[in-house]
Design a binder for this molecule. Sequence first.
Ligand SMILES: NC(=O)c1ccc[n+]([C@@H]2O[C@H](COP(=O)([O-])OP(=O)(O)OC[C@H]3O[C@@H](n4cnc5c(N)ncnc54)[C@H](OP(=O)(O)O)[C@@H]3O)[C@@H](O)[C@H]2O)c1
Length: 220
Amino acid sequence: MTTAIIGVGNIGSALARHLTSGGEAVVLAAKDESHAEALAMELGPLARAASVEDAIADSDAVVFAVWLDTTKELVAKHARLLENKVVIDPSNPLGFDEKGQMTRTLPEDQSAGSVVASLLPTDAHFVKAFGTLAADSLVSGANRTPRKAVLFYATDDDAAATTTERLIRAAGFEPLKAGGVAAAGRIEMPGGDLHQFGLDGQLLDLDQAQAAVASLAMSA
Ligand SMILES: NC(=O)c1ccc[n+]([C@@H]2O[C@H](COP(=O)([O-])OP(=O)(O)OC[C@H]3O[C@@H](n4cnc5c(N)ncnc54)[C@H](OP(=O)(O)O)[C@@H]3O)[C@@H](O)[C@H]2O)c1
């Protein structure tokens, strides 16, 4: 299996490092191809660089580790190539105002995951994942002992869930499904109760994470 990682910034580079450390093959792409090439060189034989188009074409799963507006553009441009692929979306509905303050870019009742899912071909396998921790925690939280930290994901698709669990484990975390795409907002920020920012910065183990997933149902 090959995973394309589109974007090699904070999230894409951390993920590429963890996945290759866990034995997964990755193909990396960026806006500036030299950024993907430099990271691929550093990561060794399990990583290579390609254009966005070739990376998607040559992969089984595609992680869009880019900002939401870029994901929307790239999904529209490469829709045909995404047919039958697992499409992994770590984006948050975040932007910055003129004072540099973080702002929400979507209405409160709309998740970035639901927006990306709605743009995909019907036979793509969509999953929200790998955006539930701040990038520095994603870097430092892998292979935690004695109990691994959980990465939540959200999907309605069994094939996407199987692939995502494999990748989360290879990256050194414990996977836990938060729900279907309708639950994507719970693992996004701002506002998601299962995003690290909604958990006072904590990384949860599996027991804590299962209790947190259930807590909304209990309080409803
Ligand atoms: N940073 C966090 O703590 C964090 C946490 C959770 C989720 N997220 C989400 O993860 C996503 C990525 O965030 P980030 O912090 O990793 O961003 P980032 O550091 O700014 O990196 C963005 C990457 O996107 C690439 N890119 C931009 N336009 C592109 C295009 N047209 N085609 C291909 N690649 C393109 C850039 O390429 P170049 O290298 O060539 O510029 C860069 O590698 C965002 O949606 C964000 O909401 C971030």
